[in-house]
Write a protein of this length. Structure first.
Length: 196
């Protein structure tokens, strides 16, 4: 076992969090151990504790890094002058790109957040609920403006987010289209289907 090898422009904690995301996605948070993580990083388990408190701290970092990215993007979209359907398209493209480029972190934050300890668990649950409400509000605005069909906005949000979550199977596919083709196909299916 050696020292933690940190890439240029990186830091030890980011490296540990990234490796933690890969491990939690593969094994699930409950089954993964700090010993597993240390082995994957090629260091002694005791060395990990010089950089991180626990695997819960890793999960907190993953979940809130992802949540902050998504919330910041939504803040920008909400304040833009774009029409509601364009806002939805822009948000969906961002979600798809995140699933293609930061797949392990996004999947872990989506599937393993229930293992967070309070107060992080309560905070994250509220953020998830508020995020979905904000998306639904954009859809409702589009319905009022006659741009989007009369649909149940909360149901539409669930369907869109579940469809994006399904990109996990694209990562496992051996005969897959490119990430940009995937994005364009999903936009046609999800956004065009809402258009009035």
């Amino acid at each position: 076992m050696g020292k933690l090898k940190v890439p240029k422009n990186g830091n030890r904690k980011d490296l540990i969090v990234k490796a933690g995301a890969a491990l939690f996605r593969e094994k699930g948070f409950g089954a993964a151990s700090m010993r597993d993580l240390a082995e994957n990083l090629g260091i002694e388990a005791a060395s990990l504790y010089n950089h991180i408190r626990s695997k819960n701290e890793i999960l907190e970092s993953i979940c809130f890094n992802v949540a902050n990215r998504f919330n910041s993007h939504l803040d920008e979209i909400e304040t833009s002058n774009a029409e509601p359907l364009k806002k939805i398209e822009t948000l969906l493209r961002f979600h798809i790109q995140q699933m293609v480029e930061n797949y392990e972190e996004v999947i872990v934050s989506d599937r393993e957040w229930k293992h967070l300890d309070d107060p992080y668990l309560s905070n994250f649950r509220i953020q998830r609920r508020n995020y979905r409400k904000r998306l639904a509000s954009i859809i409702e605005d589009g319905i009022k403006k006659g741009e989007i069909k009369k649909i149940d906005a909360p149901t539409a949000v669930v369907i869109m987010l579940q469809a994006v979550s399904g990109i996990e199977s694209w990562h496992r596919s051996t005969a897959k289209i490119s990430g940009s083709e995937l994005e364009d196909n999903m936009i046609v299916i999800l956004v065009e289907g809402m258009k009035k």
